[in-house]
Design a protein. Structure first.
Length: 244
């Protein structure tokens, strides 16, 4: 007996159709079991977002609390530092006042000694000039520490006061006294004083003396050249003799 070809095809079509549906159902069930659906995925993301927001809120609160504690601690430290700084300033001010007083006493004593030495040296200079002119049978009355206004600042760029250590008219004598010379400016200043006094009195001061105990050896040669150029007698008292 021969099978009906149409029957075979019908059976084949039926098997193919139901097999496809069965396989698809099996695949869908497997996917549902092992993978998230779109809805499930979105729901999971929403839950994660909510958890993250909750965690972020907690972290913000904790950081805010930490910031408040830090601000409070910083404020407290600033107050303590301010108190400490005030205490240090007061102690330093007290110490500075003590140091200033001690230095003031030292400077006062030093000034007294310096004035005493300079007065003695000026007295010696006075004697030297008088001795020079006594040999010429001339008696002098030297004027000491004479002050002249220099409104045009011909002598000093920053002062209008010109002081002449010793001055005499007829004979016309001008004297500068300095215990020590370490720079040439003192000599140069004296040359400007000479020019100023001659302009003031409209007279020539031919007797010019610069008296000092010590000249730095580095500038001594140049100092002597300047003195020679301006006809200044440079006197260094030594062992009761006067060397030019």
């Amino acid at each position: 007996m021969t099978a009906d070809p149409n029957l075979n095809q019908t059976i084949k079509d039926y098997i193919d159709k139901h097999m496809d549906e069965k396989v698809k159902k099996i695949q869908i069930d497997y996917l549902k079991e092992n993978f998230l659906t779109r809805g499930e995925f979105l729901d999971a993301m929403n839950r994660m977002d909510k958890r993250f927001e909750s965690l972020q809120t907690q972290m913000d609160k904790r950081f805010e609390s930490i910031d408040k504690r830090f601000v409070a601690l910083q404020t407290q430290m600033n107050k303590q530092f301010e108190v400490l700084q005030n205490q240090i300033d007061k102690r330093f001010e007290t110490l500075q006042n003590q140091i200033d007083k001690r230095f003031a006493n030292v400077f006062e004593r030093f000034d007294q000694i310096t004035l005493s030495v300079f007065d003695s040296f000026e007295g010696m200079a006075y004697s030297i000039i008088n001795s020079i002119f006594r040999k010429k049978e001339i008696t002098l009355e030297l004027k000491r520490n004479q002050h002249f206004p220099d409104n045009e600042n011909k002598v000093f760029p920053d002062s209008t006061d010109v002081e002449i250590d010793f001055l005499h008219l007829n004979p016309n004598i001008i004297v500068e006294v300095s215990t020590k010379i370490f720079d040439l400016e003192k000599i140069r200043t004296f040359t400007r004083k000479i020019e100023f006094i001659e302009s003031w009195y409209k007279k020539s001061f031919e007797h010019r003396y610069f008296i000092t105990f010590y000249i730095d050896h580095i500038i001594e040669h140049e100092a002597k050249n300047i003195a020679k150029k301006f006809n200044i007698q440079l006197i260094k008292p030594k062992k009761r003799k006067y060397f030019l």
